[in-house]
Design a binder for this molecule. Sequence first.
Ligand SMILES: [Zn+2]
Length: 171
Amino acid sequence: MESNIYVLDATAFIGLDFPHLQMIPNSKFYTSLKVESELKDFRSRTNMDILKHSGRLQICNPEESLLKDLKRRIQAIDPKTPLSSVDLDILTLALQLKGTLISNDLNLQNAALYLRIPVKIISGKKITHLRKWQLKCLSCGKIDEKGIRICPSCGGDMKRVQIYPNNKKLE
Ligand SMILES: [Zn+2]
């Protein structure tokens, strides 16, 4: 279920994907202000300018209330998420605009999978399994999902461990 609205993270502006991106018919592209300021290298900036001048790229910020809600939901799959504030903005925009995410970042794809945001991959790898993480105590094995650092039972260190809630392959 792909819409003609595409939300681009920084990886979409880099490298070989870009010419293919431009050829997607009837497409409207969106990205966030944070992605715009994150793009530093000449090639990515040039690619962004090309899309901007074609009138097909809108740069906007996600709604605050949606962003807050999204952060809470992301906690459920990973209490210590490696996603940056740039990534969280992009995911929120994709939900807000009901768009398809274009990203080669596997952490971002995983979160999109969980949030049921469609993902389009042009040249990179696409993840096949939803991955979740928990925090586990190194001393007593207690599991926690709320992002605490010290075990409430024994005072040991909580470590981030990956779990697989289901082994079914996703299409
Ligand atoms: Zn413990």
